[in-house]
Ligand binder design. Structure first.
Ligand code: FAD
Length: 497
């Protein structure tokens, strides 16, 4: 993928696009893959970097959702389990099985969770990842050496999927491009264009050059996730909010708090939710919280109380407790939860909705989760074909392989504790449309999330390599390091004692 080539396609195009997709997270990228693979012409624009929003800030699980089972929402679990199986088949390089243990400290927990997890196995059917089983105390300790043994009675083990969310987003962008889609990061929709009251295009602004483009499309899809109400207000200033934003925070600890490759599932927190303690990329991910916020922001800031809550909850299950000084990074994302109020035209599952504005025809696709992005996209493109009077073509993504990143030639890591090499930086610029130091350190690699302080230390080297590759000058390099350092400071921990 080359950004200049993508921009040139937009400048040179004289005919109308079939699809204009606004937003380059899981939802928009999934729609671009689906529509392009059906043979439609697709332009996707992302105002920041691909997956800058919620889609790089998830708990990184491809899961049926054990908690929906607790709530009795069987249909949703079946749909997600099916998608989990399909995604592992279509992207085996990005999704792998992960074993979870639900430790029990009360007599009723093992039989209770054991039965629920058997049902989970049953619902997965042919898409199953492995049978759940009861573990005795020794087996729990063998799986999770740092488990709190005081009062431990045993546990239940089950399997779900784990992935790298930002890497899957980039792979989807590459898959869409391979299917003929045009995708541009750092290019936002700043206004919508109408014909006879119908939305038929948009004004786009290239954030790098300031250049503006007017593009026409048969269908405009608003896939702006937690920001989709901003886009809806470009259409109708008085649009009632669809999204009820909520912040979910994670913290990252060193590997030795969870040695081994088995995760802990905490089935019941003090605020009545589940949290996970998960091995991830040589670190331990703990999350998440669920805090209502007034407005979605691009860089949500985790609050001290959330970090304390996550530490306290995880420590109940860990023999050696983690302290604030052990935290390597914290990060938060905004859930695009959909409110039930409003004129939802087609509510396809409890988790995602398609909303067609009755006057303008703007199609908004919101809610859902990473696990079900493909199904959301299929539903959206089915509706969009009718809406845009496009030929009705069938979905092809059930078995469509997702592109694997090319191997970069081996080179020595830039930093002893970070998985990033000079060749990976160059590949990110050449093949993955990385434009800024943050793109490389936060989303092409996950260095920022793995160790915020180390990521700051490596930023000047990354900026130097990128400047040479992208033809930038020294002042660009300096600005990038300053910007990245300011951003990464928000991923460190301050004020928690
Ligand atoms: C804390 C947390 C944990 C989660 N964990 C999981 C999990 O483990 N498994 C799972 O399956 N799901 C999980 N989810 C859910 C999942 O991450 C989201 O459902 C999904 O990422 C939403 O993707 P999206 O594309 O709709 O939104 P986003 O990823 O936010 O994408 C929307 C994009 O639109 C762009 N945009 C906004 N306005 C414009 C404009 N005017 N022009 C162009 N672009 C624009 C934004 O910059 C943004 O990049 C989690 C969510 C949260 C918050």
């Amino acid at each position: 993928m080359k950004r200049e080539e993508m921009l040139a396609r937009v400048r040179e195009r004289s005919s109308i696009w079939d699809f204009l997709v606004i937003g380059g997270g899981a939802t928009g990228l999934g729609i671009a893959v689906d529509a392009a693979s059906r043979g439609h012409s697709v332009l996707l624009v992302e105002r920041d970097d691909f997956a800058k929003g919620t889609s790089s800030r998830s708990t990184k699980l491809i899961h049926g959702g054990v908690r929906y089972l607790q709530q009795g929402n069987v249909a949703l679990v079946i749909e997600a389990l099916k998608e989990r199986g399909r995604l592992r088949r279509n992207a085996p390089h990005l999704v792998h099985d992960l074993a979870f243990v639900v430790p029990s400290y009360a007599w009723w927990e093992s039989p209770f969770y054991g039965i629920g997890l058997k049902l989970y196995d049953l619902l997965a059917g042919e898409y199953g990842f492995g049978a759940s089983s009861h573990l005795d105390i020794e087996q729990v300790i063998a799986a999770i050496p740092n488990i709190e043994t005081k009062g431990l009675l045993g546990g239940s083990r089950y399997f779900d999927g784990q992935f790298d969310d930002a890497r899957l987003a980039i792979a989807l962008a590459q898959t869409a491009a391979e299917q003929g889609a045009t995708l541009i990061n750092y290019c936002g929709a700043v206004a919508l264009r109408k014909q006879g009251g119908q939305v038929r295009g948009a004004m786009l602004r290239d954030a790098e050059s300031g250049e503006e483009f007017e593009v026409a499309a048969r269908v405009v899809v608003n896939a702006a996730g937690p920001f989709c109400d901003e886009v809806r207000r470009l259409d109708d200033l008085l649009a009632q909010p669809l999204i009820v934003p909520s912040r979910g925070t994670h913290l990252v600890l060193p590997h030795d708090f969870l040695p081994g490759d088995v995760a802990i599932m905490v089935p019941h927190t003090d605020d009545d939710r589940v949290i996970f303690v998960i091995p991830w990329q040589g670190r331990v991910l703990v999350g998440t919280t669920d805090i209502a916020v007034l407005q979605a922001t691009t860089e949500p800031i985790p609050q001290v109380e959330e970090i304390e809550f996550l530490l306290a909850t995880a420590n109940r299950y860990l023999a050696r407790d983690a302290t604030p000084q052990d935290i390597l990074a914290v990060f938060a994302g905004i859930r695009p939860l959909v409110s039930r109020v409003g004129t939802v035209t087609a509510s396809l599952s409890r988790e995602h909705v398609l909303l067609i504005d009755p006057v303008s025809g703007l199609l908004t696709v919101a809610g859902g989760k990473w696990t079900t992005y493909r199904r959301m996209a299929e539903d959206a493109v089915n509706v969009a074909q009718t809406l845009g009077n496009l030929p009705e073509k069938s979905c092809r993504t059930e078995n469509l392989a997702i592109v694997a990143a090319g191997e970069s030639a081996p080179s020595a890591p830039l930093h002893p504790v970070l998985p990033i090499t000079p060749n990976q930086v160059l590949r990110a610029c050449r093949e993955e449309m990385a434009r800024r130091v943050e793109d490389v350190l936060a989303r092409r690699s996950r260095c920022l999330l793995l160790d915020a302080a180390a990521a700051i230390a490596v930023a000047p080297q990354v900026a130097r390599l990128m400047a040479a590759e992208l033809g930038r000058d020294e002042s660009w390099e300096r600005r990038e390091v300053i910007d990245f350092t300011a951003l990464a400071a928000g991923y460190g921990v301050t004020g928690v004692s």
